[in-house]
Design a protein around this ligand. Structure first.
Ligand SMILES: [Zn+2]
Length: 595
Protein backbone atom coordinates (compact mmCIF):
# COMPACT_ATOMS: atom_id res chain seq x y z
CA UNK A 1 0.00 0.00 0.00
CA UNK A 2 2.82 2.37 0.83
CA UNK A 3 4.53 1.83 -2.53
CA UNK A 4 1.35 2.56 -4.44
CA UNK A 5 0.99 5.88 -2.60
CA UNK A 6 4.59 6.78 -3.44
CA UNK A 7 4.19 5.75 -7.05
CA UNK A 8 1.49 8.39 -7.60
CA UNK A 9 4.31 10.97 -7.43
CA UNK A 10 6.12 9.20 -10.29
CA UNK A 11 3.22 8.58 -12.67
CA UNK A 12 1.49 11.98 -12.31
CA UNK A 13 -1.75 10.09 -12.99
CA UNK A 14 -3.69 12.89 -11.27
CA UNK A 15 -2.78 15.18 -14.12
CA UNK A 16 -2.75 12.72 -17.05
CA UNK A 17 -5.42 10.01 -16.79
CA UNK A 18 -7.04 11.95 -13.97
CA UNK A 19 -7.39 14.93 -16.35
CA UNK A 20 -6.03 17.40 -13.84
CA UNK A 21 -8.56 16.46 -11.16
CA UNK A 22 -7.26 13.21 -9.65
CA UNK A 23 -6.66 12.94 -5.93
CA UNK A 24 -3.96 10.27 -5.68
CA UNK A 25 -2.09 13.23 -4.20
CA UNK A 26 -3.77 12.67 -0.83
CA UNK A 27 -2.73 9.08 -0.18
CA UNK A 28 0.91 9.45 0.82
CA UNK A 29 -0.02 12.11 3.34
CA UNK A 30 -3.03 10.22 4.70
CA UNK A 31 -1.00 7.04 5.03
CA UNK A 32 1.79 8.85 6.81
CA UNK A 33 -0.60 10.69 9.15
CA UNK A 34 -1.66 7.21 10.27
CA UNK A 35 1.99 6.22 10.73
CA UNK A 36 2.64 9.41 12.70
CA UNK A 37 -0.27 8.49 14.96
CA UNK A 38 1.01 4.93 15.32
CA UNK A 39 4.55 6.07 16.16
CA UNK A 40 3.23 8.46 18.82
CA UNK A 41 0.83 5.86 20.25
CA UNK A 42 3.09 2.81 20.31
CA UNK A 43 6.46 4.57 20.83
CA UNK A 44 7.92 1.62 18.96
CA UNK A 45 11.52 2.46 17.96
CA UNK A 46 11.47 0.03 15.02
CA UNK A 47 8.30 1.60 13.63
CA UNK A 48 9.77 5.06 14.14
CA UNK A 49 12.94 4.08 12.24
CA UNK A 50 11.00 2.41 9.41
CA UNK A 51 8.77 5.47 9.04
CA UNK A 52 11.58 8.03 9.04
CA UNK A 53 13.57 6.00 6.49
CA UNK A 54 10.58 6.08 4.15
CA UNK A 55 9.88 9.77 4.68
CA UNK A 56 13.46 10.84 4.06
CA UNK A 57 13.71 8.78 0.87
CA UNK A 58 10.35 10.12 -0.32
CA UNK A 59 11.19 13.78 0.26
CA UNK A 60 14.65 13.41 -1.32
CA UNK A 61 13.16 11.82 -4.42
CA UNK A 62 10.16 14.07 -4.96
CA UNK A 63 10.52 17.48 -3.33
CA UNK A 64 11.78 20.01 -5.85
CA UNK A 65 14.49 22.49 -4.84
CA UNK A 66 11.82 25.22 -4.71
CA UNK A 67 9.82 23.18 -2.18
CA UNK A 68 7.04 21.92 -4.50
CA UNK A 69 5.94 18.39 -3.61
CA UNK A 70 2.92 17.02 -5.43
CA UNK A 71 1.63 14.37 -7.83
CA UNK A 72 0.73 17.13 -10.29
CA UNK A 73 3.69 17.60 -12.65
CA UNK A 74 2.50 21.08 -13.60
CA UNK A 75 3.02 23.21 -10.53
CA UNK A 76 0.59 25.92 -11.53
CA UNK A 77 -2.27 23.56 -12.38
CA UNK A 78 -4.31 24.65 -9.37
CA UNK A 79 -7.70 24.05 -10.94
CA UNK A 80 -8.99 23.05 -14.33
CA UNK A 81 -11.27 25.09 -16.59
CA UNK A 82 -9.95 28.40 -15.23
CA UNK A 83 -11.89 30.42 -17.78
CA UNK A 84 -15.15 28.55 -17.66
CA UNK A 85 -17.89 30.94 -16.54
CA UNK A 86 -19.68 28.01 -14.90
CA UNK A 87 -18.11 28.05 -11.47
CA UNK A 88 -18.92 24.40 -10.85
CA UNK A 89 -16.55 23.36 -13.61
CA UNK A 90 -13.67 24.60 -11.51
CA UNK A 91 -12.06 21.47 -10.14
CA UNK A 92 -8.78 19.98 -9.00
CA UNK A 93 -6.97 18.59 -5.99
CA UNK A 94 -3.42 19.87 -6.26
CA UNK A 95 -3.53 21.94 -3.05
CA UNK A 96 -5.90 19.50 -1.31
CA UNK A 97 -3.33 16.73 -1.76
CA UNK A 98 -0.40 18.94 -0.81
CA UNK A 99 -2.29 19.67 2.40
CA UNK A 100 -2.11 16.01 3.40
CA UNK A 101 1.61 15.74 2.58
CA UNK A 102 2.32 18.93 4.52
CA UNK A 103 0.21 17.78 7.47
CA UNK A 104 1.89 14.37 7.56
CA UNK A 105 5.35 15.96 7.60
CA UNK A 106 4.26 18.17 10.51
CA UNK A 107 2.77 15.29 12.50
CA UNK A 108 5.76 13.07 11.75
CA UNK A 109 7.97 15.83 13.11
CA UNK A 110 5.81 16.02 16.23
CA UNK A 111 5.85 12.25 16.72
CA UNK A 112 9.60 11.83 16.21
CA UNK A 113 11.28 15.23 16.71
CA UNK A 114 12.89 14.75 13.30
CA UNK A 115 13.99 18.12 11.94
CA UNK A 116 14.22 16.95 8.34
CA UNK A 117 10.40 16.49 8.32
CA UNK A 118 9.84 20.01 9.66
CA UNK A 119 12.24 21.53 7.13
CA UNK A 120 10.46 19.76 4.28
CA UNK A 121 7.11 21.07 5.56
CA UNK A 122 8.46 24.62 5.79
CA UNK A 123 9.72 24.41 2.21
CA UNK A 124 6.31 23.17 1.02
CA UNK A 125 4.45 25.95 2.83
CA UNK A 126 6.84 28.68 1.65
CA UNK A 127 6.48 27.45 -1.92
CA UNK A 128 2.68 27.55 -1.81
CA UNK A 129 2.56 31.04 -0.33
CA UNK A 130 5.05 32.34 -2.92
CA UNK A 131 3.23 30.55 -5.73
CA UNK A 132 -0.17 32.11 -5.01
CA UNK A 133 1.49 35.51 -4.67
CA UNK A 134 3.29 35.07 -8.01
CA UNK A 135 0.03 34.04 -9.71
CA UNK A 136 -1.89 36.76 -7.87
CA UNK A 137 -4.49 34.13 -7.11
CA UNK A 138 -6.52 33.92 -3.88
CA UNK A 139 -6.72 30.36 -2.56
CA UNK A 140 -10.51 30.54 -2.91
CA UNK A 141 -10.06 30.41 -6.67
CA UNK A 142 -8.10 27.16 -6.57
CA UNK A 143 -9.27 23.58 -6.20
CA UNK A 144 -12.89 22.54 -6.03
CA UNK A 145 -15.96 24.15 -4.45
CA UNK A 146 -14.48 27.65 -4.51
CA UNK A 147 -11.57 27.08 -2.21
CA UNK A 148 -13.30 24.71 0.20
CA UNK A 149 -11.00 21.82 -0.72
CA UNK A 150 -7.84 23.97 -0.84
CA UNK A 151 -8.82 26.04 2.23
CA UNK A 152 -8.66 22.96 4.41
CA UNK A 153 -4.88 23.50 4.40
CA UNK A 154 -5.73 25.96 7.19
CA UNK A 155 -5.28 23.30 9.88
CA UNK A 156 -1.69 22.23 9.07
CA UNK A 157 -0.75 25.87 8.35
CA UNK A 158 -1.84 26.85 11.86
CA UNK A 159 0.19 23.94 13.23
CA UNK A 160 3.23 25.09 11.26
CA UNK A 161 2.79 28.56 12.75
CA UNK A 162 2.80 27.04 16.24
CA UNK A 163 5.96 25.06 15.48
CA UNK A 164 7.92 27.88 13.83
CA UNK A 165 6.38 31.09 15.19
CA UNK A 166 6.57 32.60 11.69
CA UNK A 167 3.87 35.21 11.17
CA UNK A 168 3.87 34.59 7.40
CA UNK A 169 1.94 31.38 8.05
CA UNK A 170 -0.59 33.12 10.25
CA UNK A 171 -1.01 35.84 7.61
CA UNK A 172 -1.70 33.12 5.05
CA UNK A 173 -4.27 31.56 7.38
CA UNK A 174 -5.94 34.96 7.76
CA UNK A 175 -6.30 35.11 3.95
CA UNK A 176 -7.93 31.69 3.92
CA UNK A 177 -10.36 32.69 6.65
CA UNK A 178 -11.22 35.90 4.80
CA UNK A 179 -12.03 33.77 1.74
CA UNK A 180 -14.33 31.55 3.82
CA UNK A 181 -16.08 34.62 5.18
CA UNK A 182 -16.06 37.65 2.99
CA UNK A 183 -16.53 37.46 -0.76
CA UNK A 184 -20.22 38.10 -1.49
CA UNK A 185 -20.34 36.24 -4.83
CA UNK A 186 -18.43 33.22 -3.56
CA UNK A 187 -20.59 30.17 -2.70
CA UNK A 188 -17.74 28.75 -0.60
CA UNK A 189 -18.16 31.18 2.30
CA UNK A 190 -19.04 28.66 4.99
CA UNK A 191 -17.98 30.92 7.85
CA UNK A 192 -20.39 33.69 6.84
CA UNK A 193 -23.14 31.24 5.91
CA UNK A 194 -22.88 29.48 9.27
CA UNK A 195 -24.87 32.35 10.82
CA UNK A 196 -27.76 31.97 8.35
CA UNK A 197 -31.11 30.77 9.66
CA UNK A 198 -32.02 28.58 6.66
CA UNK A 199 -30.99 24.96 6.52
CA UNK A 200 -27.64 24.21 4.88
CA UNK A 201 -29.46 22.34 2.11
CA UNK A 202 -31.21 25.61 1.22
CA UNK A 203 -28.07 27.76 1.02
CA UNK A 204 -27.11 26.56 -2.43
CA UNK A 205 -28.70 26.31 -5.84
CA UNK A 206 -27.45 22.70 -5.99
CA UNK A 207 -26.69 21.39 -2.54
CA UNK A 208 -25.87 17.98 -4.02
CA UNK A 209 -22.83 19.69 -5.48
CA UNK A 210 -21.90 22.43 -3.01
CA UNK A 211 -22.64 21.09 0.44
CA UNK A 212 -19.74 18.62 0.42
CA UNK A 213 -19.40 17.28 3.94
CA UNK A 214 -15.80 16.01 4.11
CA UNK A 215 -14.20 19.14 2.72
CA UNK A 216 -16.42 21.54 4.70
CA UNK A 217 -15.77 19.73 7.99
CA UNK A 218 -12.03 19.79 7.20
CA UNK A 219 -12.26 23.59 6.94
CA UNK A 220 -14.29 23.84 10.17
CA UNK A 221 -11.54 21.96 12.00
CA UNK A 222 -9.06 24.48 10.58
CA UNK A 223 -11.22 27.36 11.81
CA UNK A 224 -11.15 25.99 15.36
CA UNK A 225 -7.34 25.75 15.16
CA UNK A 226 -7.26 29.31 13.78
CA UNK A 227 -9.29 30.53 16.75
CA UNK A 228 -6.86 28.85 19.14
CA UNK A 229 -3.97 30.67 17.50
CA UNK A 230 -5.58 34.11 17.15
CA UNK A 231 -8.45 34.38 19.62
CA UNK A 232 -10.61 35.71 16.77
CA UNK A 233 -14.00 34.95 18.22
CA UNK A 234 -15.89 35.06 14.92
CA UNK A 235 -14.05 31.94 13.74
CA UNK A 236 -15.15 29.93 16.78
CA UNK A 237 -18.67 31.38 16.82
CA UNK A 238 -19.01 30.42 13.16
CA UNK A 239 -17.95 26.83 13.81
CA UNK A 240 -20.34 26.56 16.76
CA UNK A 241 -23.15 27.98 14.61
CA UNK A 242 -22.31 25.53 11.82
CA UNK A 243 -22.22 22.70 14.34
CA UNK A 244 -25.71 23.69 15.50
CA UNK A 245 -26.93 23.40 11.90
CA UNK A 246 -25.37 19.95 11.70
CA UNK A 247 -27.04 18.78 14.91
CA UNK A 248 -30.44 20.18 13.94
CA UNK A 249 -30.40 19.15 10.28
CA UNK A 250 -27.74 16.61 9.49
CA UNK A 251 -27.42 13.98 12.22
CA UNK A 252 -28.10 10.66 10.55
CA UNK A 253 -29.47 7.57 12.30
CA UNK A 254 -26.08 5.81 12.22
CA UNK A 255 -24.57 8.58 14.38
CA UNK A 256 -22.68 10.58 11.77
CA UNK A 257 -23.51 13.86 10.05
CA UNK A 258 -24.61 14.13 6.45
CA UNK A 259 -26.48 12.25 3.76
CA UNK A 260 -24.30 10.19 1.43
CA UNK A 261 -21.37 12.66 1.23
CA UNK A 262 -23.25 15.97 1.42
CA UNK A 263 -25.30 18.03 3.85
CA UNK A 264 -28.77 17.43 2.40
CA UNK A 265 -30.99 17.56 5.48
CA UNK A 266 -29.99 14.06 6.54
CA UNK A 267 -32.46 13.95 9.41
CA UNK A 268 -35.31 13.87 6.94
CA UNK A 269 -34.08 10.86 4.97
CA UNK A 270 -35.24 7.36 5.79
CA UNK A 271 -32.49 5.78 3.68
CA UNK A 272 -29.57 6.70 5.91
CA UNK A 273 -26.22 6.86 4.14
CA UNK A 274 -23.00 8.43 5.33
CA UNK A 275 -19.45 8.52 4.01
CA UNK A 276 -16.84 7.14 6.42
CA UNK A 277 -14.61 10.19 5.77
CA UNK A 278 -17.48 12.36 7.05
CA UNK A 279 -17.79 10.27 10.21
CA UNK A 280 -14.03 10.57 10.73
CA UNK A 281 -14.21 14.34 10.41
CA UNK A 282 -17.41 14.68 12.43
CA UNK A 283 -15.52 12.97 15.26
CA UNK A 284 -12.49 15.25 14.73
CA UNK A 285 -14.67 18.38 14.72
CA UNK A 286 -16.40 17.37 17.95
CA UNK A 287 -13.07 16.50 19.55
CA UNK A 288 -11.74 19.99 18.78
CA UNK A 289 -14.86 21.63 20.25
CA UNK A 290 -14.83 19.34 23.30
CA UNK A 291 -11.22 20.16 24.13
CA UNK A 292 -11.78 23.85 23.56
CA UNK A 293 -15.09 24.37 25.37
CA UNK A 294 -15.27 21.47 27.83
CA UNK A 295 -18.93 20.97 26.89
CA UNK A 296 -19.84 17.35 27.53
CA UNK A 297 -22.27 17.15 24.59
CA UNK A 298 -19.39 17.02 22.13
CA UNK A 299 -18.18 13.80 23.75
CA UNK A 300 -21.70 12.38 23.31
CA UNK A 301 -21.49 12.99 19.55
CA UNK A 302 -18.01 11.44 19.40
CA UNK A 303 -19.15 8.37 21.28
CA UNK A 304 -22.26 7.79 19.22
CA UNK A 305 -20.39 8.35 15.94
CA UNK A 306 -17.47 6.12 16.85
CA UNK A 307 -19.40 3.18 18.30
CA UNK A 308 -22.02 3.09 15.57
CA UNK A 309 -21.34 4.75 12.22
CA UNK A 310 -17.56 4.43 12.41
CA UNK A 311 -17.23 0.85 13.70
CA UNK A 312 -19.95 -0.29 11.30
CA UNK A 313 -17.68 0.93 8.52
CA UNK A 314 -14.58 -0.96 9.68
CA UNK A 315 -14.24 -4.52 8.39
CA UNK A 316 -13.96 -7.16 11.09
CA UNK A 317 -10.24 -7.74 10.58
CA UNK A 318 -9.61 -3.97 10.59
CA UNK A 319 -7.85 -4.14 7.23
CA UNK A 320 -10.40 -2.28 5.09
CA UNK A 321 -13.62 -0.44 5.45
CA UNK A 322 -16.72 1.08 3.95
CA UNK A 323 -17.07 4.11 1.75
CA UNK A 324 -20.75 4.53 2.60
CA UNK A 325 -22.43 3.24 5.77
CA UNK A 326 -26.13 2.56 5.36
CA UNK A 327 -28.98 2.44 7.86
CA UNK A 328 -30.35 -0.81 6.50
CA UNK A 329 -30.12 -3.30 3.67
CA UNK A 330 -27.76 -6.11 2.78
CA UNK A 331 -24.42 -4.37 3.26
CA UNK A 332 -22.66 -1.06 3.36
CA UNK A 333 -20.82 0.11 0.28
CA UNK A 334 -17.35 -1.24 1.03
CA UNK A 335 -14.72 1.04 -0.44
CA UNK A 336 -14.24 0.45 -4.15
CA UNK A 337 -10.99 1.32 -5.94
CA UNK A 338 -10.85 5.05 -6.56
CA UNK A 339 -9.08 7.67 -8.69
CA UNK A 340 -6.87 5.12 -10.46
CA UNK A 341 -5.64 3.40 -7.27
CA UNK A 342 -6.01 -0.29 -6.46
CA UNK A 343 -5.09 -0.35 -2.77
CA UNK A 344 -6.23 3.05 -1.54
CA UNK A 345 -9.56 4.76 -1.13
CA UNK A 346 -10.33 8.02 0.66
CA UNK A 347 -12.21 6.40 3.56
CA UNK A 348 -10.05 3.45 4.69
CA UNK A 349 -7.05 5.76 4.35
CA UNK A 350 -8.65 7.99 7.01
CA UNK A 351 -9.72 5.16 9.30
CA UNK A 352 -6.65 4.76 11.45
CA UNK A 353 -6.59 8.40 12.47
CA UNK A 354 -9.93 7.86 14.17
CA UNK A 355 -8.63 5.07 16.39
CA UNK A 356 -6.02 7.50 17.71
CA UNK A 357 -8.47 10.41 17.91
CA UNK A 358 -10.87 8.28 19.93
CA UNK A 359 -8.21 6.84 22.22
CA UNK A 360 -6.75 10.30 22.82
CA UNK A 361 -10.17 11.55 23.93
CA UNK A 362 -10.53 9.18 26.88
CA UNK A 363 -9.18 11.71 29.40
CA UNK A 364 -7.59 15.15 29.52
CA UNK A 365 -6.27 17.81 31.87
CA UNK A 366 -8.59 20.79 32.15
CA UNK A 367 -7.32 24.38 32.14
CA UNK A 368 -7.79 24.53 35.94
CA UNK A 369 -5.71 21.39 36.46
CA UNK A 370 -8.45 18.81 37.03
CA UNK A 371 -8.45 15.38 35.39
CA UNK A 372 -11.43 15.04 33.04
CA UNK A 373 -12.55 11.49 32.26
CA UNK A 374 -14.55 11.68 29.03
CA UNK A 375 -14.96 8.22 27.46
CA UNK A 376 -15.76 4.99 29.23
CA UNK A 377 -14.74 2.20 26.89
CA UNK A 378 -11.96 0.13 28.47
CA UNK A 379 -8.56 1.78 28.33
CA UNK A 380 -5.56 3.16 30.11
CA UNK A 381 -4.01 6.54 29.54
CA UNK A 382 -1.75 9.12 31.14
CA UNK A 383 -2.66 12.80 31.37
CA UNK A 384 0.15 14.88 32.80
CA UNK A 385 1.29 13.02 35.90
CA UNK A 386 -2.02 11.20 36.43
CA UNK A 387 -2.73 7.68 35.20
CA UNK A 388 -6.35 6.87 34.35
CA UNK A 389 -7.76 3.39 33.89
CA UNK A 390 -11.31 2.56 32.80
CA UNK A 391 -12.67 -1.01 32.91
CA UNK A 392 -16.01 -2.77 32.83
CA UNK A 393 -16.82 -3.58 29.22
CA UNK A 394 -18.88 -0.43 28.58
CA UNK A 395 -21.09 0.03 26.61
CA UNK A 396 -21.86 -3.65 25.99
CA UNK A 397 -21.86 -4.56 29.69
CA UNK A 398 -24.69 -3.97 32.19
CA UNK A 399 -23.50 -0.38 32.68
CA UNK A 400 -21.03 -0.95 35.52
CA UNK A 401 -17.77 0.89 34.97
CA UNK A 402 -14.79 1.27 37.27
CA UNK A 403 -12.46 4.22 36.93
CA UNK A 404 -9.13 4.43 38.73
CA UNK A 405 -7.03 7.57 38.93
CA UNK A 406 -3.46 7.34 40.19
CA UNK A 407 -1.96 10.74 40.95
CA UNK A 408 1.10 11.94 42.91
CA UNK A 409 -0.89 14.81 44.47
CA UNK A 410 -4.58 15.28 45.38
CA UNK A 411 -6.61 16.50 42.42
CA UNK A 412 -10.14 17.14 41.28
CA UNK A 413 -11.54 14.58 38.85
CA UNK A 414 -14.49 15.45 36.61
CA UNK A 415 -16.48 12.68 35.03
CA UNK A 416 -18.48 13.29 31.91
CA UNK A 417 -22.05 12.08 32.14
CA UNK A 418 -23.70 11.38 28.78
CA UNK A 419 -26.89 13.34 28.10
CA UNK A 420 -28.88 10.11 27.81
CA UNK A 421 -27.96 9.24 31.39
CA UNK A 422 -30.36 11.25 33.56
CA UNK A 423 -28.69 10.02 36.68
CA UNK A 424 -25.47 8.21 37.36
CA UNK A 425 -24.83 6.06 40.37
CA UNK A 426 -21.44 6.56 41.98
CA UNK A 427 -20.58 3.75 44.39
CA UNK A 428 -24.27 2.85 44.44
CA UNK A 429 -25.46 6.39 45.24
CA UNK A 430 -27.46 8.28 42.63
CA UNK A 431 -25.76 11.47 41.55
CA UNK A 432 -27.25 14.21 39.44
CA UNK A 433 -24.84 15.71 36.94
CA UNK A 434 -24.46 19.45 36.37
CA UNK A 435 -23.95 20.48 32.75
CA UNK A 436 -22.90 16.95 31.89
CA UNK A 437 -20.26 16.53 34.57
CA UNK A 438 -19.91 15.22 38.13
CA UNK A 439 -16.85 16.15 40.17
CA UNK A 440 -14.98 14.16 42.82
CA UNK A 441 -11.74 14.42 44.76
CA UNK A 442 -8.85 12.03 44.25
CA UNK A 443 -6.28 11.76 47.02
CA UNK A 444 -2.60 11.07 46.54
CA UNK A 445 -2.10 7.61 45.06
CA UNK A 446 -4.88 5.40 43.66
CA UNK A 447 -8.55 6.26 43.97
CA UNK A 448 -11.25 4.09 42.44
CA UNK A 449 -14.89 4.82 41.60
CA UNK A 450 -17.68 2.49 40.57
CA UNK A 451 -20.32 3.87 38.22
CA UNK A 452 -23.62 2.49 37.08
CA UNK A 453 -24.86 3.89 33.78
CA UNK A 454 -28.52 3.64 32.98
CA UNK A 455 -28.65 1.14 30.10
CA UNK A 456 -32.42 0.90 29.71
CA UNK A 457 -33.47 1.07 26.04
CA UNK A 458 -34.52 4.46 24.71
CA UNK A 459 -36.92 4.78 21.83
CA UNK A 460 -36.79 7.70 19.40
CA UNK A 461 -39.45 8.39 16.81
CA UNK A 462 -37.84 9.75 13.64
CA UNK A 463 -40.19 11.65 11.46
CA UNK A 464 -39.65 13.15 8.09
CA UNK A 465 -41.43 13.59 4.81
CA UNK A 466 -42.27 10.42 2.92
CA UNK A 467 -39.56 9.80 0.37
CA UNK A 468 -40.70 9.32 -3.17
CA UNK A 469 -40.51 5.77 -4.46
CA UNK A 470 -38.69 5.65 -7.77
CA UNK A 471 -37.31 3.00 -10.05
CA UNK A 472 -33.50 2.72 -10.07
CA UNK A 473 -31.93 5.66 -11.81
CA UNK A 474 -29.06 5.42 -14.26
CA UNK A 475 -28.12 9.00 -13.47
CA UNK A 476 -25.16 8.76 -11.18
CA UNK A 477 -24.90 12.40 -10.24
CA UNK A 478 -28.47 13.48 -10.57
CA UNK A 479 -29.01 16.65 -8.59
CA UNK A 480 -32.52 15.57 -7.70
CA UNK A 481 -32.34 14.08 -4.25
CA UNK A 482 -34.83 11.20 -4.73
CA UNK A 483 -32.91 9.92 -7.75
CA UNK A 484 -29.69 10.44 -5.89
CA UNK A 485 -31.06 8.30 -3.06
CA UNK A 486 -32.12 5.39 -5.24
CA UNK A 487 -28.91 5.45 -7.19
CA UNK A 488 -26.63 5.48 -4.20
CA UNK A 489 -28.67 2.87 -2.33
CA UNK A 490 -27.76 0.41 -5.08
CA UNK A 491 -24.38 1.73 -6.18
CA UNK A 492 -21.94 -1.22 -6.32
CA UNK A 493 -24.48 -3.36 -4.46
CA UNK A 494 -27.24 -4.53 -6.83
CA UNK A 495 -28.46 -6.79 -4.01
CA UNK A 496 -29.84 -3.59 -2.45
CA UNK A 497 -32.40 -3.19 -5.26
CA UNK A 498 -35.87 -2.65 -3.88
CA UNK A 499 -34.70 -1.93 -0.33
CA UNK A 500 -35.18 1.85 -0.41
CA UNK A 501 -37.50 2.97 2.34
CA UNK A 502 -40.06 5.68 1.98
CA UNK A 503 -40.50 6.24 5.72
CA UNK A 504 -38.09 6.46 8.61
CA UNK A 505 -39.20 4.85 11.82
CA UNK A 506 -38.21 4.13 15.36
CA UNK A 507 -34.61 4.07 16.45
CA UNK A 508 -33.72 2.35 19.71
CA UNK A 509 -30.55 2.99 21.67
CA UNK A 510 -28.95 1.24 24.61
CA UNK A 511 -26.52 3.69 26.19
CA UNK A 512 -24.61 5.10 23.21
CA UNK A 513 -25.24 2.01 21.07
CA UNK A 514 -27.71 2.12 18.20
CA UNK A 515 -29.53 -1.21 18.19
CA UNK A 516 -30.23 -3.09 15.00
CA UNK A 517 -32.00 -6.14 13.75
CA UNK A 518 -29.97 -8.39 11.52
CA UNK A 519 -29.06 -11.86 10.34
CA UNK A 520 -26.05 -11.88 12.67
CA UNK A 521 -28.27 -11.15 15.66
CA UNK A 522 -30.72 -13.88 14.69
CA UNK A 523 -33.50 -11.70 13.25
CA UNK A 524 -35.25 -13.07 10.16
CA UNK A 525 -34.79 -11.25 6.86
CA UNK A 526 -38.49 -10.53 6.57
CA UNK A 527 -38.66 -8.93 10.00
CA UNK A 528 -35.38 -7.06 9.56
CA UNK A 529 -36.15 -5.43 6.24
CA UNK A 530 -39.83 -4.97 6.86
CA UNK A 531 -40.73 -1.53 5.52
CA UNK A 532 -43.45 -0.86 8.06
CA UNK A 533 -42.55 0.79 11.31
CA UNK A 534 -43.59 0.78 14.94
CA UNK A 535 -43.44 4.55 14.83
CA UNK A 536 -47.11 5.39 14.83
CA UNK A 537 -48.46 2.30 16.55
CA UNK A 538 -48.01 3.33 20.16
CA UNK A 539 -45.26 0.88 21.11
CA UNK A 540 -42.60 1.74 23.66
CA UNK A 541 -39.28 0.03 24.31
CA UNK A 542 -39.70 -1.64 27.67
CA UNK A 543 -36.59 -3.70 28.35
CA UNK A 544 -33.56 -5.36 26.90
CA UNK A 545 -31.90 -8.53 28.12
CA UNK A 546 -28.91 -10.57 26.97
CA UNK A 547 -29.91 -13.37 24.59
CA UNK A 548 -28.61 -16.90 25.02
CA UNK A 549 -25.89 -17.61 22.48
CA UNK A 550 -27.10 -19.70 19.57
CA UNK A 551 -25.81 -20.48 16.08
CA UNK A 552 -28.27 -17.87 14.76
CA UNK A 553 -26.99 -14.92 16.79
CA UNK A 554 -23.31 -15.91 16.99
CA UNK A 555 -22.28 -13.09 14.64
CA UNK A 556 -23.43 -10.26 16.92
CA UNK A 557 -20.90 -8.94 19.38
CA UNK A 558 -23.57 -9.00 22.11
CA UNK A 559 -26.96 -10.44 21.16
CA UNK A 560 -29.92 -9.13 23.10
CA UNK A 561 -33.68 -9.55 23.14
CA UNK A 562 -35.43 -6.19 22.89
CA UNK A 563 -39.01 -6.11 24.12
CA UNK A 564 -41.58 -3.50 23.13
CA UNK A 565 -44.85 -3.08 24.94
CA UNK A 566 -48.22 -1.56 24.06
CA UNK A 567 -50.71 -1.80 26.85
CA UNK A 568 -50.74 -5.47 27.79
CA UNK A 569 -49.20 -6.55 24.47
CA UNK A 570 -45.55 -7.45 24.14
CA UNK A 571 -43.34 -7.89 21.12
CA UNK A 572 -39.78 -9.20 21.35
CA UNK A 573 -37.08 -8.91 18.70
CA UNK A 574 -33.53 -10.32 18.63
CA UNK A 575 -31.08 -7.44 18.19
CA UNK A 576 -27.40 -6.57 18.34
CA UNK A 577 -25.45 -3.33 18.17
CA UNK A 578 -25.64 -1.72 14.74
CA UNK A 579 -21.89 -1.97 14.07
CA UNK A 580 -21.45 -5.66 14.71
CA UNK A 581 -24.52 -6.80 12.76
CA UNK A 582 -23.56 -4.75 9.71
CA UNK A 583 -19.77 -4.70 9.34
CA UNK A 584 -19.44 -7.52 6.80
CA UNK A 585 -19.32 -7.12 3.03
CA UNK A 586 -21.67 -9.97 2.22
CA UNK A 587 -24.62 -9.63 -0.18
CA UNK A 588 -26.46 -12.36 1.68
CA UNK A 589 -26.38 -10.43 4.96
CA UNK A 590 -29.25 -8.24 6.16
CA UNK A 591 -29.57 -5.57 8.86
CA UNK A 592 -31.66 -2.54 9.77
CA UNK A 593 -31.62 0.02 12.56
CA UNK A 594 -35.23 0.99 11.81
CA UNK A 595 -37.92 -0.61 13.92
ZN1 LIG B 1 -14.06 8.89 1.85
Amino acid sequence: MYEEAVNAFRTHWDETDGHGAGWQNEYWGKTMLCFAGAVAYTRDPALRAWTLDRVHAFVKEFQKPNGYLSTYATEDLLHINPDNPNAEARWGFNIWGRKYTLWALIELHRATGDKFCLDAAVKMADHLIAQLKRLNMPIAKTGSWWGISSGSILRPMVELYHLTGRTAYLDFCRDIVRGLDAEPSNPGTILRDAFRKEKIVDWYPKATYWAKAYEIQSCLEGLVAYYRATGERRALDGVIAYHRHLVDEELNPMGGAGYFDHFLNARAHANGMTELCDVVHWIRLNRELLLLTGEAKYADYIEEAFLNAFLAGVSRDGRWGAHIIRSHGTRHLFAPAQTGMKLHQCCPDNMMRTYFDYAATQAARTADGAVAVMLYTDGRCTVGDAAVEVAGGYPWSDGSVSVTVDTPAPTTVRFRVPAWCASLSVAGVKTTPRDGWVAAKAGKGRTAWEFGFDMRPRLERWTGPEEEELPPSPQMHSHEIPKYTVHFMEWYTPDMAGLSRTRSGVRVLRGPLVLAKGRLAGTSRAETLCATTLRDEGWSAARIAPAARTAENAGAFHPWILTFTRGAEEKSVPVGDFASVSNIDDPSNWFSLWF
